[in-house]
Design a protein around this ligand. Structure first.
Ligand code: NAD
Length: 480
């Protein structure tokens, strides 16, 4: 069973134990570009999930003992093939999730290859530390833990998936991956790529399906040894309950409501351009600085420049090179975003920009929206909308700006715009967030720790943190 998407053949069955497996049930992938169904996929239940975990458990016996050099070689081979297939991966991903084709081509798919290369190389230079305690030699090693379950969302499907899959495989774990049902197709292309690279059967498995069915069955499976989840807080709470049953270590990368602080001494052009960039991917970015906080003395100038830039955003078909932002992922998500905006308007707020669907384009296109001065504690300021909706408020001085930045249950990222280096360090040290960007945004190095505080997650991944998570870290002591 397969579908032809933008000229690319995509197998729509699961990938279990090195072969394609079907299910009796189906679900459809609907393209956000024009709301047409583009593929019918196998819909897993508990039986297929069990089959995948069993295959992964079997493969773990040899993969966990495969040399680091061989594991690294295979991951580099996967990266080579991803690089050779950037174009087909990019066109399928854009059709499936509605993100910009040009960013898939130039940024996202090369980063997918980088995920594999980076963790292959990091594995080879992981420090197996030795130290002496009263003449006894102590040795620390990172031992593979077992089958890793990986569940990720649709806003950057292949990038987010491989950011977990690559370190898990490098660490010597075998993987069962449950891709997002709203953008499931590139996961299937990745399965083909791992086969072409020569990854032994059962080391990487894909079960397609719905979150509350296949996802829930995977999260509660007693034979998984790690659970890495990226998604919403509501789902994380359900998954945490299952993981608690089996005492499975988990890594959670969840939502955000990040502050974007602009001080009067900031480079105004940079601050405005970067702020407008928070609408990228039609606002479907967990890290986005959705609460813009501007120092009062420059508020009028900032707002005027922001509105001019934001009005110039070109919304349209994400396959068009000149488009800046595309559609929302799905009809239910579109309605959810619109619900937040409508409730904000009903509460008396007037949008300074946008405030509803893009009627010229129709479908799932939602206008970039800005609310100015929502009251403290209001829903639109508190909750993650995950659409093109920003709020703007102002602060009198640095302590008030920091207090407003920290007035959230989330803590994923923060952006600080200032021309004063000392202030940048001072504010950074007081803001509660896993990632703070000063005078920049989205600059990522895979050696860095990545994760959030509060409701934004549990744990960190990236560099050695990823190996700490996917491995059972062992200390051995040798007598003299
Ligand atoms: P979601 O929680 O609904 O779905 C995410 C994944 O979980 C999907 O694969 C889905 O099938 C699966 N799932 C759903 N219910 C499940 C269940 N009961 N048991 C097991 N699996 C289940 O999230 P979403 O709305 O699709 O994604 C958007 C959210 O993801 C936002 O909150 C966003 O901020 C967050 N996100 C976080 C990061 C990060 O790195 N921190 C990155 C991207 C997105």
């Amino acid at each position: 069973m397969s579908a032809r998407v933008e000229g690319v053949e995509v197998d729509t069955r699961h990938w279990i134990g090195g072969r394609r497996v079907d299910s009796a049930d189906r679900f459809e992938s609907i393209s956000p570009i024009d709301e047409t169904p583009i593929a019918a996929l196998a819909r897993a239940g508990a039986a297929e999930v069990d089959q995948a975990v069993t295959a992964a458990g079997q493969a773990f016996k040899t993969w966990s003992r495969t040399s680091r050099e061989e594991r690294a070689r295979l991951l580099h081979r996967i990266a080579d093939i991803v690089e050779a297939k950037v174009e087909s991966l990019a066109v399928v991903e854009t059709r499936d999730n509605g993100s910009l084709l040009r960013s898939h081509r130039r940024g996202v798919m090369p980063r997918v290859a980088m995920n594999f290369r980076f963790f292959a190389d990091w594995l080879l230079q992981l420090d197996h530390a030795d130290f002496e305690v009263r003449h006894h030699r102590n040795h620390v090693s990172w031992d593979p833990s077992g089958v890793a379950a990986i569940i990720t969302p649709w806003n950057a499907p292949l990038m987010l998936g491989t950011w977990r899959i690559a370190p898990a495989l490098a660490a010597g774990c075998t993987v069962v991956y449950k891709p997002p049902e709203w953008a499931p197709l590139t996961a299937s292309l990745l399965a083909d790529i791992t086969a072409e690279a020569g990854l032994p059967e059962g080391v990487f498995n894909v079960v397609q399906g719905i979150g509350r069915e296949a996802g829930a069955a995977l999260a509660r499976h007693p034979k998984i040894r790690r659970l890495s989840f990226t998604g919403s807080v509501a789902t994380a709470k359900q998954i945490a309950t299952s993981a608690a049953e089996n005492l499975v270590p988990l890594s959670f990368e969840l939502g955000g409501k990040s502050p974007y602080l602009v001080f009067a001494d900031a480079d105004l052009d940079l601050a405005v351009n970067t702020a407008v960039g928070q609408y990228d991917n039609a606002g479907q970015v967990c890290l986005a600085g959705t609460r813009i906080l501007v120092e009062e003395s420059i508020r009028a100038r900032f707002l005027e420049a922001f509105m001019a830039k934001a009005r110039a955003i070109r919304q349209g078909d994400p396959r068009d090179e000149t488009t800046d932002i595309g559609p929302q992922i799905s009809r239910p998500h579109f309605e959810r975003v619109d619900g937040y905006v409508r409730r904000a308007i009903a509460s008396g707020l007037k949008p300074a920009l946008g405030g509803g669907p893009n009627k010229d384009l129709g479908g799932l296109y939602y206008r970039p929206t800005l609310f100015v001065d929502p009251p403290a504690g209001s829903e639109i300021l508190r909750e993650e909308v995950f659409g093109p909706v920003l709020c703007l408020q102002s602060f009198r001085d640095e302590p008030e700006g920091i207090a407003m930045a920290n007035d959230t249950e989330y803590g994923l990222a923060a952006i600080v715009m200032t021309g004063d280096e000392k202030r940048a360090e001072r504010v950074t040290s007081q803001v509660s967030a896993g990632l703070v960007w000063n005078n920049c945004f989205f600059v990522r190095d895979l050696r860095q720790a990545f994760g959030g505080n509060g409701k934004s997650g549990i744990g960190r991944e990236g560099g050695t943190w990823s190996f700490d998570f996917y491995c059972d870290v062992k200390n051995s002591v040798y007598a003299p």
